[in-house]
Design a binder for this molecule. Structure first.
Ligand code: MN
Length: 321
């Protein structure tokens, strides 16, 4: 799992440990297991949020772990051109490469540790796929796509892209020096990551070496979710067991704790997790396919706008189909 790795994490800035006794520890509310599914032209995903209470996920709507899969030559798959409206997609590549193109002229390649942030807003058409060379060669493919909702007031903003290179991610160490934390968006322990969102959120990818403990101050007004990409450990000071493909939803408080098991499987020698949270929007959610709106009437409008070509036009020099 390359993403961004560091030789000696003890030289990184440390995340200040939450004040014992002062900060309220968040307890684990639920742990759910992500079912397997297929997306786009048939690439394997795990539906990270399936089974969790949507009210606890707010402002997030949906998250897919894409792969991890080792493709044979000719096998890599992506999506055809498709629309989005009413939210933001965040694509974080851990292994492999994804190519993007959209109806506003945006696009590019993201690879090991890069993030692409797309605000669909009022509407956009785009395609996400492995580049031709990777389709020909095959190879390892592993990433995340997260959907962040937009409040009614921001659903009609113009579409926007942010490319966040792996080198811009803020790198921190846990207070015990045993965990690497990559801050992709928002702020963790006073250190800001590069992603800018309409809806305030924090998103980090943490790698805990065996036996390490990660204690994170976490804003009280945010929800708190932890998804396990690989490895085993526990969530909360109550040490609720966690393993690959599980989502822990934390309750209220100012801080959260994760611990990596002392022995890990040899194929995933560390506990790798995504830690994410945001300020809940607390509005009605009408979600249909690629559209996330507030009402069914707005979904019907999105469908007719898409059919009428009002979400953009596929560029003449387009990739894919
Ligand atoms: Mn898409």
């Amino acid at each position: 799992m390359p993403a961004v790795t560091i030789e000696d994490i003890t030289k990184l800035p440390r995340i200040p440990a939450p004040a014992t006794g002062g900060d309220a520890e968040r307890a684990v509310r639920t742990v759910t297991l992500a079912p397997h599914g297929f997306e786009g032209e048939g690439f394997p995903v795990r539906r990270a949020f399936a089974g969790a209470d949507p009210a606890h996920l707010d402002p997030f709507v949906h998250m897919d772990q894409m792969g991890e899969v080792e493709y044979a030559p000719g096998e890599p798959k992506g999506t055809p051109w498709h629309p989005h409206r009413g939210f933001e997609t965040v694509t974080y590549m851990i292994d492999g490469t994804f190519q993007h193109q959209d109806s506003t002229g945006g696009g590019g390649l993201i690879t090991n540790g890069d993030t692409q942030w797309m605000t669909a807003g009022a509407g956009i058409l785009h395609i996400e796929r492995p580049p031709e060379a990777l389709i020909a060669s095959g190879g390892l493919f592993h990433g995340i796509q997260l959907w962040v909702n937009l409040p009614a007031a921001d659903k009609w903003v113009p579409p926007r892209y942010q490319d966040i290179g792996a080198g811009n991610v803020a790198l921190l160490a846990s207070d015990d020096g045993g965990a690497l934390v990559r801050v992709i968006a928002g702020e963790v322990g006073g250190h800001r990551g590069p992603g800018v969102t309409h809806t305030p959120i924090s998103l980090a990818h943490a790698t805990l070496s065996p036996g390490a403990r990660l204690r994170l101050p976490w804003p009280r007004e945010f929800n708190a979710l932890v998804y396990v990409l690989a490895g085993t450990g526990t969530a909360g000071t109550e040490e609720r067991p966690l393993e690959s493909g599980q989502l822990a939803v934390f309750g209220e408080g100012d801080a959260l704790t994760l611990t990596a098991s002392r022995s890990q499987e040899s194929r995933s020698p560390a506990l790798d997790v995504l830690v994410l949270g945001g300020r809940p929007i607390r509005e009605p959610v009408a979600w249909y396919g690629p559209f996330v709106m507030n009402t069914h009437a707005e979904i019907a409008q999105a469908l007719s706008d898409f059919k009428a070509g009002r979400m953009g036009v596929i560029p003449a020099d387009h990739i894919g189909n």
